[in-house]
Design a protein around this ligand. Structure first.
Ligand code: URP
Ligand code: ZN
Ligand code: ZN
Ligand code: ZN
Length: 496
């Protein structure tokens, strides 16, 4: 059935990150054509009644790994199933990661990822690229990616020793290049050397189960790396984005750096906001292993609330999911050794509802902050705003009609993802997407998806996002160190 491309959403409350207003929204040819009260439209336009509901910008998930080949196996949510699940949850754009192997071309990896994703995606997407080694070729390819391929963010790993990890001097070089090309430097902040030592220790103590995964990399391992990354980025005046902030300790480091004026952004993920690391101690191995991801969820049960408070107060900035799903039989690769459990959890479908429940329903944040942390701020940081992340004339018609009063119970039995369990199993969430509109087409309503692979598009992103770089550029102008003008030293010099 051909879907109408002209839609009038009537009677809802339009919620942007800065204000809420009762307004109609008229969509035509994939764009928001008008926003205003009592809009008059011609015949043939589909009218959707949004009375009692919110009309919000579609969610942007800043962090996914669809079909990632990782730790000897491949994530089960591919770009088709994963992006369909995203739409069912009210997310209309994902940012996935190209992760080249050490020594391999970034450009070739990027091309491969585009070829994989382009025909499959059901929602719009964009790509971060990981820098897993350093050399002149990498430096040049980063520039090409930024200038010609629509990539303005690069992820560096401080963990996964011998696989993806960079040394401090390599981080320094990569951050310097990010700065020179106007990109955002992203870090996976965990001390990879300490993790390797900690893992050996736990195995030698006979701890082979999922609890060993957390015990070998406690909070301070994450906090130390976070502080180190912030220090390195500051030496080159490079904006820094810390992906998957999982602990109170690391979140405090990000928060205090922001208060010290650093241009740093912290990204908690749905898993860290919605659940905790006590599951690693669950008696049933498969249950415990399902939560294994890096950095780990933390056993301190007050962590999710704490991260949510920081998110509400802008100490942390945006949310992703790190959706990287492995079914139980894949997790079982590590049944006798936690270091072999493929790292990753679900989230792409449930992020919006989990954040509404734990953030808005709980009273920690309002609906505008919800839009900021699920969509608009990501669009600003990654230079997609206001094309994405805003309900306004000329913005892309990625729109969600959000029902704040409806509830649903999250379950693997009903989710749309390929993975065979759900870390949020049984969680009751207020706040559900009633209708998801992607690229001006209704793709989800009445609990049903109607979308085909290839409906989504790759969205290129220009470098030098103003939201990130305005302050950086000004600091370059005024903050350059200068030498002291002195008369030359005319005294004697010791002879050696
Ligand atoms: O456990 C995780 N996070 N898996 C995906 C890879 C990464 O580090 O983001
Ligand atoms: Zn990571
Ligand atoms: Zn449990
Ligand atoms: Zn990740």
């Amino acid at each position: 059935m051909v879907q109408p491309s002209r839609i009038l959403i009537k009677g809802g409350k339009v919620v942007n990150e800065d204000c809420s207003v009762f307004s109609d929204v008229y969509i035509e040819n994939g764009k928001i054509a008008d926003v205003g009260l009592n809009l008059q439209v011609s015949a043939g336009v589909r009218v959707i009644d949004a009375t009692g509901k919110l009309v919000i910008p579609g969610g942007i998930d800043t962090h996914t790994h669809m079909e990632l080949q990782f730790m000897g196996t491949k994530a089960v949510d591919d770009f088709h199933i994963g992006t369909k699940a995203a739409l069912a949850g009210g997310t209309t754009m994902i940012l996935d990661f190209v992760i080249p192997q050490k020594g391999k071309s970034l450009l070739e990896a990027y091309d491969r990822w585009r070829k994989t994703a382009d025909p499959k995606v059901c929602c719009d997407y964009s790509l971060h690229v990981a820098v897993t080694w350093w050399g002149e070729q990498v430096k040049k390819e980063m520039e090409t990616l930024a200038k010609e391929k629509g990539v303005n963010s690069f992820k560096m790993f401080m963990a996964y020793k011998d696989v993806f990890m960079l040394s401090d001097s390599e981080l320094h070089a990569a951050f310097t290049q990010c700065k020179d090309i106007g990109a955002v430097a992203q870090v996976h902040a965990e001390n990879g050397d300490l993790i390797a030592e900690g893992a050996k220790k736990m195995l030698s103590l006979g701890i082979t189960g999922p609890e060993g995964h957390e015990l070998c990399r406690p909070e301070e391992v994450e906090a130390e790396a976070t502080q180190r990354a912030i220090t390195i980025a500051h030496t080159v005046n490079c904006p820094l984005y810390v992906v998957h902030v999982m602990s109170k300790s690391a979140a405090k480091v990000v928060s205090s750096a922001r208060r010290d004026g650093r241009v740093v952004f912290g990204e908690p993920i749905a898993a860290g906001l919605g659940t905790d690391g006590t599951h690693y101690w669950h008696k049933e191995w498969a249950h415990a292993a399902g939560f294994v991801m890096g950095p780990p969820l933390r056993p301190d049960p007050s962590t999710p609330d704490y991260l949510m408070d920081l998110l509400a107060n802008d100490d942390l900035s945006v949310t992703g999911t790190d959706n990287c799903t492995f079914s139980v039989c894949q997790k079982a690769l590590g049944k006798d050794d936690f270091t072999k459990i493929p790292n990753g959890v679900n989230g792409v479908e449930d992020r919006m509802s989990v954040i509404w429940e734990k953030g808005v329903h709980s009273g920690k944040m309002d609906e505008n902050r919800f839009v900021a942390v699920t969509s608009s701020t990501a669009a600003k940081i990654f230079n997609l705003y206001p094309q994405k992340g805003r309900i306004a004339k000329n913005s892309d018609a990625d729109v969600v009609i959000w029902d704040p009063k409806s509830t649903r119970i999250i379950s693997a039995k009903t989710h749309h993802q390929a993975v065979d369990y759900n870390i949020f199993e049984g969680m009751k969430c207020h706040g559900v997407p009633a209708v998801t509109i992607s690229r001006g087409i209704v793709v989800y309503e009445h609990g049903k998806l109607q979308v085909s692979p290839g409906h989504g598009r790759f969205i290129p992103r220009e470098p030098m996002s103003e939201f990130v770089y305005k302050r950086i550029k000004q600091r370059d102008q005024v903050g350059r160190p200068t030498a002291v003008i002195r008369d030359p030293y005319k005294g004697s010099i010791v002879s050696l």
